[in-house]
Design a protein around this ligand. Sequence first.
Ligand code: NDP
Length: 246
Amino acid sequence: MDIKGKVIIITGASSGIGEATALKLSKEGAKVVLTARREEKLEELKKKIEDQGGEALIVTGDVTKKSDYEELVKKTLEEFKTIDVLINNAGLMPLSFVEKLKTDEWEKMVDVNIKGVLNGVAAVLPTMIKNKGGNIINISSSAAHKYFPGGAVYCATKSAVKMFSEGLRQELAPKYGINVTSIEPGAVSTELTNTITDEDIKEMFKDMQKMTFLEAEDIAEAIYYTLVQPARANINDVFIMPTQQQ
Ligand code: NDP
């Protein structure tokens, strides 16, 4: 597919993978719709996109709120008339060992990492079904493949996203031509670890910093690769690890 002129919604666009993906896809000619809660970060990104000759719309919102998604879809259709791609990227990773019973953080992960993805899909599907086509890209994680210390709940949320993506693909791709992909990165250098409050886990991550992480731009490239395939080819999973990560 040629992504020039395609309308692409990116959740969690205010930093990290979402921001890098917005920059990459807009540089390739897509019209990007940027959503997240931090408006000032989205404004900075919109300016960068416009400086490189691209087009962006900001709709601030929280992926856990269905009403925010309704607004997002409404404003996108008003401005750009259609929706070609949804990238469900917003997520958080407040890791901790289960025995610490940080149940509020478990709930947040379920709400953002799983329900946020479901809300996104529910919001865009009527348009994509009407169009008989589109792409849904869900950012899962290498955590869907293997557990790591403190990651029981996070890994469970990302496994849910991976399996939901496969179910979506089987239901939507043959019937409506809506392609679905699960992107599964290992460690990427972003703000994601800022959501960790547990001191033991913070120590563990200090050790990990010795390794060379992936950059957000590497994941943006993987997303671009997924999108430029011919409509007949569905990239189911992209599992991408830092060379040095076990
Ligand atoms: P960042 O922390 O840089 O980005 C997370 C984004 O999610 C931010 O833009 C944040 O925006 C947004 N977000 C969080 N909560 C909400 C919410 N309730 N509503 C709307 N937006 C929200 O981390 P990454 O770029 O690394 O993370 C992006 C995705 O990649 C996540 O799903 C993460 O799980 C996944 N991933 C990351 C890996 C890594 O090593 N970094 C590895 C594998 C997967 P704001 O705060 O402005 O709302």
